[in-house]
Write a protein that binds this ligand. Structure first.
Ligand code: FAS
Length: 390
């Protein structure tokens, strides 16, 4: 089965679905190939915060009403230190640039619906997806559909939106890219629970270790608990989850509920440079991995998609390939800025609590940063500016 389209998008996560929607609005034809089933994609729970920069992107493209309806503003962040609450009014500190609390699977489902309702071509259960002739003039992608029929799609550009474990980055010769990686030396044990969500996003710092709790809809919450890097989900039974959560959040009355998902998140960072090879453009987790500290992974994916959609519109409609040539550098500037912010926030929130992590001197440094964050207007505004994204 042979066909052609201007752009093939590989992967239907936040990166691929955002790009596909923006290309449709830009009048650039595309086909999206997704390895998993529609139900698998729609129920995969991950991120939960859309930062201000991402909400602005959806507003500029006229998608905010469709995608963000009913999603509450992220106005106040609580940082609880040894049980003592400190409230940061992110709306005031950022000059009104606040994000939205939206579970990733809700955003993905809405992006999927918007693309399909607009007549978009999104193909699930695509097997053996393989990009070809990436550095030539006639790139194409082959795949097998659920019936085993082999398809070949000739295209002008390929967007690798297939995440860290996808096929596109692996299709690039190793010598064509520089990879940067960092192991933060800690783990996060994360659970999703049908338990009452916190009133506001909460970071908790204590000698027992870091913990965080976020709303994930009206009747669920996500908990993150600092753990040893080699911990396994089996090391954390439900009793230990709730006992450690109460201890670290400093809340003996913490309401509990059925735990619906458990995972250990590797706290590692990864970046490739450039985020392009010939006619292939890497987007989102296919190009970079950031820890959930600061909630930037999904937001960086959306930001990459915005830059690429505008560049592909210029190339396809005006024959102007300059923006495509600048794609990687434009995205990497933001990626490294957020990587630095995420690392700074990880040190601040983890070293201020557990002195075994980095020693007592670094613990004092982290405590001083916290005091400055709470007491100094400029320090609070700088923090809110980075949380706003962009
Ligand atoms: P994704 O991995 O989401 O999507 C890639 C898509 O490509 C998938 O649908 C996959 O099935 C498909 N695919 C893969 N290989 C393919 C192939 N060969 N052919 C076709 N399709 C293929 N980020 C935050 O901002 N805040 C958070 O709080 C947060 N928490 C997280 C918690 C966990 C447990 C994890 C794992 C991640 C978390 N993240 C968080 C990061 C996460 O949300 C990612 O940044 C985000 O999903 C990136 O989106 P994509 O780049 O689209 O990649």
């Amino acid at each position: 089965m042979r066909e052609s389209t201007p752009v093939v998008v590989i992967g239907a996560g936040p990166a691929g679905l955002t790009l596909a929607n923006l290309l449709r609005l830009a009048g650039v034809g595309c086909v999206v190939l997704e390895r998993q089933s529609r139900s698998h994609v729609a129920r995969r729970q991950r991120a939960g915060v859309l930062d201000y920069a991402s909400t602005r992107i959806f507003e500029e493209w006229g998608l905010a009403e469709t995608l963000l309806a009913g999603m509450p503003e992220d106005r106040v962040l609580e940082i609880r230190v040894d049980g003592e609450p400190h409230l940061l009014d992110m709306r005031a500190l950022s000059g009104g640039r606040t994000g939205r609390a939206i579970p990733q699977q809700v955003l993905v489902a809405r992006l999927m619906a918007a693309f399909l309702d607009g007549g978009g071509d999104l193909r699930f259960d695509a097997g053996e997806v393989t990009p070809h002739d990436l550095d030539g003039t006639a790139p194409k992608v082959t795949y097998r559909d659920a019936d085993g029929t082999l398809h070949e799609i000739a295209c002008d550009y390929i967007a690798g939106c297939d995440g860290y474990h996808g096929v596109t980055r692996e299709s690039v010769p190793a010598e064509a890219m520089t990879t940067y990686s960092y192991d933060h030396g800690i783990g996060w044990f994360t659970v999703l629970a049908d338990a009452p969500p916190p009133r506001r996003p909460l970071f908790a710092i204590s000698a027992h270790g870091f913990a965080a709790q976020f709303p994930r809809g009206p009747a669920a919450c996500r908990l993150y608990l600092e753990c040893a890097p080699d911990d396994m989900p089996a090391d954390w039974n439900d009793d230990r989850v709730w006992e450690q959560s109460r201890l670290r959040l400093g809340d003996d009355a913490l309401p509990t509920g059925p735990i619906t998902d458990k995972a250990v998140v590797e706290m590692r960072s990864f970046v490739v440079d450039p985020m392009r090879y010939g006619r292939l453009f890497l987007v989102g987790d296919a190009a970079h991995i950031i820890t959930p500290m600061g909630g930037k992974g999904m937001n960086l994916a959306i930001a990459d998609a915005d830059v690429l959609a505008r560049a592909l519109r210029a190339a396809v409609h005006d024959g102007d390939e300059e923006p495509l040539a600048a794609y990687s550098a434009t995205c990497l500037r933001r990626v490294w800025n957020q990587q630095e912010f995420s690392r700074w926030l990880t040190e601040l929130t983890h070293e201020a609590g557990d002195s075994a992590l980095a020693g007592t001197f670094r613990r004092q440094l982290a405590r001083a940063r916290l005091d400055r964050l709470f007491a100094s207007g400029p320090a609070g505004r700088a923090f809110a500016d980075l949380m706003a994204g962009g």
